[in-house]
Design a protein around this ligand. Structure first.
Ligand SMILES: Nc1ncnc2c1ncn2[C@@H]1O[C@H](COP(=O)(O)OP(=O)(O)OP(=O)(O)O)[C@@H](O)[C@H]1O
Ligand SMILES: [Mg+2]
Length: 455
């Protein structure tokens, strides 16, 4: 059995519950507040969550909602010291399995645990595929179960309260901007400014004024004094996206701003102190840019204080199922379509691809599939993939000169290969029955043609 997660800000309640449960053979993990609970929740699997309604900062209902969004099948039992009917109704509406009043007797608890687990098991059987480990960040969710990326997120969280400059690198579409906002949110749930600039689209000649502002009359067209992005981000976060594209002469000014923690408006006479956390983002390898003379070495060392690298999706394929489900829910509710599952065959297709466009490409694919399907499921035919494994899998081509029968065999063999020789999946993808598939394979064999090996 996976542990039970107990969330309560009162240490007495926590420890007496933990004591009673573990003495009775239930593994227990506890947390004193919602964020801590989500933290724990991101680290492992739980068979049940027991949380108080009243928690400091994040409320019990918020925690319940977050848990349900991440792992709908994990039962959550809410507890309360002063229960009201309204509270109970609210908890149940947000997906709580049960609502019980304190003080909790072991007897009540055991019944509740048994019921919750029974319900969850029944549900798990009904839903295809389980979902478990994910990482949470309040309103912005970064979904992953990849140990490397989880480590990156843990580090990001640890350094969030500091002012240290962060450099986020990773291929296009891996979630760099998402990670930047994650760091910002971790640090300031209050309303501190978050200013993001794409350095590639800074207007020529106006880059300096955009970043650092200008005084009235500083140049032709400077009719009024204008604050730059650094000043606007004061006390908050400034994100310099695609920093490798920043013009060299601006790089020098940026270096100064970082070193001095102050900026000069164009045409200004005195420096203005700024208190900002800088997050630089790049999908090019900055070290190479330095080597080739396109990026200042001293600036590189200034921003590379905390390097965070997001691995590409092809190196964390185990994320594909949970990301797919995450996007399925997102677009299912956005387009109000009751799509609830991704067929095993469709998932096998998704797992088999290399995803040069990373998570963004997967997200687009699922969004399109949600729009295309007319049932509650996403099937392989709803996945229109632009890059169909162009170089890894070149064979199934329609070539004049092949007979229809030869083409059919080719298609069957390739499909089997794609789904790791799982005949059920292959048949589903091909739109034929398993029996038909089996018969065809038998025919090929009888004709002395090689049959793809079985699994
Ligand atoms: N781990 C994740 N969990 C959930 N959504 C994700 C995750 N990673 C990326 N996404 C989503 O994928 C899309 C692309 O992410 P993002 O814009 O952060 O990528 P990027 O690395 O900045 O890409 P680019 O280099 O092309 O600018 C966004 O919609 C984002 O929300
Ligand atoms: Mg980006």
């Amino acid at each position: 059995m996976h542990p039970i997660l107990i969330v309560d800000n009162e240490i007495d309640v926590r420890s007496s519950l933990a004591h009673a449960l573990s003495r009775n053979g239930y593994p227990v993990v506890y947390a004193a507040n919602g964020m801590q609970a989500l933290d724990e929740f991101g680290k492992g699997r739980f068979s049940l969550v027991i949380s108080d309604m009243r928690l400091p900062e994040m409320s019990g209902i918020d925690l319940l909602t977050a848990v349900k969004r991440l792992s709908p099948q994990v039962p959550v039992v809410m507890t309360a010291s002063n229960g009201t009917i309204e509270n109970a109704v609210e908890a149940m509406q947000h997906g709580a399995t049960d609502y019980i009043l304190k003080p909790l007797s072991l007897e009540t608890l055991e019944t509740v645990i048994r019921n919750a687990c029974r319900k969850a098991n029944a549900q798990a059987r009904a839903v295809s595929g389980g979902r478990d480990l994910e990482m949470i960040s309040g309103p912005k969710t970064m979904v992953t179960r990849d140990p490397k990326l989880l480590k990156v997120l843990k580090l990001a969280k640890d350094i969030a309260p500091s002012k240290a400059t962060v450099l986020i690198q990773g291929e296009s579409g891996t979630g760099k901007e998402l990670l930047a906002s994650f760091i910002h949110i971790q640090h300031s749930r209050d309303k501190r400014p978050y200013i993001a600039i794409n350095c590639a689209s800074l207007p020529d000649g106006l880059a300096e004024s955009e970043l650092f502002g200008h005084e009235k009359g500083a140049f032709t067209g400077a009719m009024n004094r204008k604050k730059g992005k650094f000043e606007l981000a004061n006390r908050g976060t400034i994100v310099l996206d695609e920093i490798s594209e920043m013009p060299l002469q601006i790089q020098a000014k940026l270096l100064r701003a970082i070193q001095e923690r102050s900026i000069d408006r164009v045409g200004g006479t005195s420096s203005i102190p700024v208190d900002v956390r800088i997050i630089a983002i790049s999908n090019r390898d900055l070290k190479t840019e330095v080597k080739e003379g396109r990026f200042r070495e001293d600036l590189f060392y200034r921003i590379n204080v905390i390097p965070l690298t997001i691995p590409p999706l092809r190196e964390r394929k185990k994320d594909i199922p949970i990301l797919s489900r995450h996007f399925l829910e997102k677009y299912g509710s956005l387009y109000a379509k009751p799509v609830t599952r991704i067929s095993d065959a469709a998932l096998s297709v998704l797992m088999g691809l290399e995803w040069p466009g990373n998570v963004r490409e997967l997200e687009n694919t699922i969004e399109r599939a949600v729009l295309l399907t007319e049932t509650d499921s996403i099937l392989p035919e709803h996945l229109f993939l632009e890059h169909e494994e162009a170089d890894t899998d070149p064979s199934p081509r329609i070539r004049p000169g092949l007979t229809v029968r030869e083409m059919e065999r080719e298609l069957i063999c390739q499909t089997l290969k794609k789904v790791d020789h799982n005949r059920t999946h292959a048949a589903e993808m091909l739109g034929i029955s398993i029996r038909t598939l089996r018969n065809k394979l038998r025919e090929y064999k009888a004709e002395g043609l090689s049959e793809p090996e079985d699994s």
